[in-house]
Design a protein around this ligand. Structure first.
Ligand SMILES: Cc1ncc(COP(=O)(O)O)c(C=O)c1O
Length: 436
């Protein structure tokens, strides 16, 4: 076999959806329950999750849905049979297809997309790769995650830039968009070069109004030279695959996300989307295998091209678990097939129902805002008189997968997604009534 049928479809520009589901999974593609993009039961059936367990863990690690699983399996088989020749025949086309699928999803040219292994890799590469001057400031918030804080600390250590961290709100459940924006604007200083935020906080589930922040920064930047612009970096992982928006609508400079959470893409895949301005503000840290200009310059013992940085150059090189990277296109295709608007609505509906159910339980304190403009799929809470770990253990004993947020102040998290249904919400509510 030379180029796989799947690859030929992609290379010839056929719709990604057809490549993902047409023909290959006829039973899945036909059994859509009648609704456009598939019934929710059909979506649930794409996953091989243990049926007796309530899996509210989409924010941690994906289970592969059928089209992704099958694509991985096809590539794995071929790689095991003839690794070198299968790679040589397919790598360029399939890697380009994965990058293009991410670009299409985010409405950005593929050359602005770096392929990474995770959110963490993207955030680390971007922030530690920033061209910073001593005295410049990296602004973040106390609500951000370890991955952002540690990347900024390492960036500062390398460059002499300084990190400053502000508090955006006192209580997530009482936060408002106006308060968040005004705290950010009050904190920006003339030497602030980066504002590093997390779109949806994995501690409280609060969603930052990130496009409003970007619009506010555009006004700040209008009065600055381009080299002093405040760039906006976003750990987007808990909005990516949920919210029906894209890179352009958000308006940030750096958008980093793992594809192995809410997008239900292959484990060990991620993306970093970078604006034009962002590309000139960062440099790669790991040699690229997907930027021909740099590689050929090296082959010819020539000076490496300066300027014109791009997503291919920002993509860390080295040989990869290619079967996973190449199956990324199927994850985006499935998402489009189900329908981005439907996924956003479903995730918000289930999270809303869960918050409502938890809110009725005495002894349960929900931290996530009820307002869907300030929340997404993460539902964070505490139970009076119990540690989050104890609550999670009690839930696990009933086959309900929740997790403890790995923060100085931990909370319990449940994360309903398109893999869940109303019965799952009921089961969680009943279990917590018995615990709280
Ligand atoms: C906000 C946030 N960023 C990054 C990560 C890590 O993501 P990844 O596994 O894609 O590196 C997590 C949790 O897993 C998270 O909650």
């Amino acid at each position: 076999m030379t180029l796989s049928r799947r690859a030929i479809l992609k290379v010839s520009g056929a719709a990604a959806v057809a490549a993902a589901t047409g023909g290959r999974t006829p039973s899945a593609a036909q059994d859509t329950g009648g609704a456009q993009g598939g019934s929710w039961e059909w979506v649930r059936g794409l996953f091989e999750l243990s049926p007796d367990t309530v899996h509210m863990s989409a924010m941690l690690l994906s289970s592969h849905p059928r089209p992704v699983r099958e694509a991985i399996e096809e590539h794995r088989r071929e790689l095991d049979v003839d690794p070198v020749r299968y790679l040589e025949r397919n790598n360029t086309a399939l890697t380009d297809a994965a990058r293009k699928a991410a670009g299409d999803y985010l409405a950005i040219h593929p050359s602005h997309v770096a392929l990474t292994d995770s959110t963490t890799m993207g955030v680390g590469l971007i922030y530690t790769g920033m061209k910073l001057k001593p005295g410049q400031e990296l602004l973040t918030t106390q609500n951000d995650y370890y991955v952002t804080h540690e990347s900024l600390r390492l960036a500062a250590e390398r460059t002499g830039a300084r990190v400053r961290s502000i508090t955006l709100f006192n209580r997530a459940d009482e936060a408002s968009e106006d308060q968040i924006i005004s705290r950010i604007l009050d904190a920006v200083r003339p030497n602030t070069r980066l504002l590093a935020l997390t779109w949806v906080h994995s501690s409280t589930g609060l969603k930052i109004p990130v496009s409003t922040v970007a619009a506010a920064l555009r006004e700040v930047n209008a009065a600055r030279d381009e080299e002093d612009h405040v760039l906006l970096g976003v750990d987007a992982v808990h909005g990516f695959g949920i919210e029906d928006t894209n890179f352009l609508q958000i308006g940030c400079d750096f958008y980093m996300a793992g594809c192995h959470k809410w997008l239900f893409g292959p484990r060990g895949t991620g993306i970093a989307a970078i604006s034009k301005r962002g590309l000139s503000a960062v440099r790669p840290s790991v040699p690229s295998f997907t930027d021909d200009a740099v590689f050929s310059a090296w082959l010819q013992n020539m000076e490496r091209p300066a300027g014109d940085n791009n997503g291919m150059r920002m993509t860390p090189g080295g040989f990869k678990p290619f079967e996973h990277r190449w199956a990324l296109a199927e994850a985006f295709a499935l998402h489009e097939q189900i329908g981005r608007g439907r996924i956003a609505e479903r995730t918000h509906d289930l999270a809303g129902a869960l918050k409502e159910a938890l809110g009725e339980l005495p002894g349960v304190m929900v931290h996530t805002p009820r307002d869907s403009r300030l929340s997404a799929g993460i539902v964070s809470f505490d139970v009076d008189g119990m540690s989050p770990q104890a609550v999670v253990s009690r839930l696990r004993a009933q086959d309900i997968i929740a997790s403890v947020s790995p923060y100085a102040t931990p909370h319990v998290r449940l994360t309903p997604s398109i893999r869940n249904n109303e019965e799952d919400i009921d089961r969680v509510a009943v279990a917590l009534r018995g615990i709280a």
